[in-house]
Design a protein around this ligand. Structure first.
Ligand SMILES: *[C@@H]1O[C@H](CO)[C@@H](O)[C@H](O)[C@H]1NC(C)=O
Length: 209
């Protein structure tokens, strides 16, 4: 019985490996076949991401949108801030649910950090949402009004980043716990997306981009 199960599992693993290999092989073939028209769009993402602090995270999160972005820096900045928005919203609602569920399980310091995070992350989400909206109002040419809108977005994204930092700092002095580690890790990742989004927004007003 046990032997049959082990053999069955081995067979199953072999099957999965084979399917994965065939799949990866054909995916590679598709990519190289379609690589000519797509190349410039992905190269644009790579080049733009090279000026961000977390460039590989930037590249992997944005490359699925390469063709939708179509080498438009404004569209790129908008997609990036939109990804950052999804992140910060998700962490924000996670923190709210933790605070409700774990209110009696964590020390007072952690609980108060969670409460502060609910507020700062809520603000960060609001600022990021405003940024996505503002970038949507940009025409493709750069005039004075564009510079003004971009400077709004720079201000809001920087403030969102500060809020995320404030949330993490709130746990300083709180006892080590799974909740603290969990929230800090998620917020740290969300802040990387915010930082990248801000860097791509900054590129909109840099001369040598
Ligand atoms: C932003 O992302 C959401 C999914 O999280 C998507 O439905 C929406 O179309 C995106 N908007 C823009 C402007 O990219």
């Amino acid at each position: 019985m046990a032997t049959t199960m082990v053999a069955g599992r081995a067979l199953f693993l072999a099957l999965v490996t084979t399917i994965a290999a065939v799949f990866l092989h054909s995916a590679g073939a598709v990519r190289s076949y379609a690589g000519v028209p797509k190349g410039k769009n992905t190269e644009f993402i790579r080049r733009s991401c090279s000026s961000t602090l977390y460039s590989s995270l930037c590249y992997t999160s944005l490359v699925p949108y390469a063709n939708a972005v179509a080498r438009d820096p404004i569209r790129l900045a908008r997609v990036a801030t939109n990804i950052s928005l999804a992140r910060v919203r998700s962490v924000s609602s996670h923190v709210s649910s933790l605070r409700g569920a774990d209110a009696r399980k964590v020390d007072a310091r952690t609980l108060s950090a969670l409460e502060d995070c609910e507020e700062t992350l809520g603000d960060a989400a609001g600022l990021t949402r405003q940024s996505v909206h503002e970038l949507g109002l940009l025409p493709t040419s750069m005039d004075k009004k564009v510079a003004w809108r971009v400077s709004n977005v720079q201000t809001w994204m920087s403030a969102a980043l500060t809020n995320e930092g404030t949330c993490m700092d709130g746990f300083t002095g709180a006892g080590n716990s799974a909740v603290k580690a969990d929230v800090r890790q998620l917020v740290r990742l969300a802040a990387k997306y915010t930082s990248n989004g801000l860097a791509l927004v900054n590129r909109l007003v840099q001369r040598d981009r």
